[in-house]
Design a binder for this molecule. Structure first.
Ligand code: SF4
Ligand code: SF4
Ligand code: SF4
Length: 291
């Protein structure tokens, strides 16, 4: 903690950056995003297993208030770094415009409000297949990186169950799941890779998608989201964690990730120079959809 605060203090004092985006204590047992703009405010910074949020989403160009604070330094876990790489890859952030502070992470809690300690039962699913290594994007590394060891992601078992269903059974499952969606858009707001200035789902002339919570529009919204994030989603699972309706969005994001990996050999990477499948044409791509 001291190492992180010292570094943040220095970056702010010598005006290398205008803001350090990290975590601070919130209300109750949770932490919340922090925006330190002075060396004194750097004293608030914390990092532990409650720091679940993907802070790369504050680098998105649609966060104009954060941008107005000056050049940012951002605290990233290994998984957050993949989102930062995605933003650089898609020309939303210039690498030289951000200072990257990589923190060693041994896993975060699935539900930081629980007040429980990190354990096999309490760990976030995304941490189960993470190598925990410091990102190669790091300008500064804080702490000794170590791989968390928590077994395989539970979402994979649920996906296998879905895969074993017949198509009508799967349809019935998603119908019941999507009928709970209130279209609050929180999943979009927390997603680092949802950076469009105006989301297609908000357009009214023409209106592509019904915006009220109705099963037909809900299906369209979730399909649009899945397609727009295919090969771009970094699997941070913030959308599912933030969803107030408890919709298991990782069933969709993880499935898309698997399809993209099998078909295009692409997995979310923290190297911005690795082209995303949606941004590259390869002669050996399977092109059976072109008839
Ligand atoms: S996925 Fe890895 S880097 Fe991300 S929170 Fe879990 S252990 Fe930390
Ligand atoms: S956060 Fe949940 S309820 Fe809100 S739009 Fe997304 S899926 Fe629907
Ligand atoms: S779709 Fe969800 S899991 Fe994927 S990058 Fe966005 S918030 Fe993270």
């Amino acid at each position: 903690m001291n190492e992180l605060r010292q570094l943040a203090r220095k970056l702010l004092a010598d005006k290398t950056v205008g803001v350090v985006i990290g975590y601070e204590e919130g209300q109750g047992a949770v932490t919340r995003p922090s925006f330190a703009t002075s060396p004194e405010q750097a004293e608030k910074l914390v990092f532990d297993a409650r720091c679940v949020q993907n802070l790369a989403s504050y680098l998105s160009p649609r966060r104009s208030t954060v941008r107005s604070l000056g050049k940012p330094a951002v605290v990233v876990k290994a998984c957050d770094a993949k989102a930062l790489a995605g933003l650089i890859r898609e020309a939303q952030v210039k690498r030289e415009d951000v200072v990257v502070i990589s923190v060693a992470c041994g896993g975060v809690l699935a539900d930081p409000r629980s007040g429980k300690a990190l354990s096999e039962a309490m760990v976030a699913d995304r941490c189960r297949d993470c190598d925990g290594a410091h990102t190669s994007l790091a300008d500064h590394k804080v702490g000794q990186a170590k791989a968390p060891a928590f077994g395989s992601p539970k979402v994979d078992a649920r996906l296998a169950e879905l895969q074993a269903m017949t198509a009508p059974q799967r349809f019935a499952f998603f119908k019941s799941v999507f009928s709970e969606c209130t279209r609050c858009n929180v999943c979009r707001e927390v997603c680092p890779m949802c950076f469009c200035a105006r989301c297609m789902a908000d357009k009214s002339e023409p209106q592509w998608i019904e915006s009220s919570p109705h099963l037909r529009g809900n299906f369209a919204w979730h399909m649009l989201r899945a397609m727009h994030l295919a090969g771009r989603c970094v699997g941070c699972n913030e959308c599912e964690r933030a969803c107030p309706a408890g919709i298991p969005l990782s069933l969709i994001t993880r499935k898309m990730q698997k399809v993209v990996s099998e078909r295009f050999g692409y997995s979310p990477s923290d190297d911005p120079n690795v082209p995303a499948p949606t941004g590259a044409f390869r002669l050996d791509d399977a092109q059976e959809f072109i008839r």
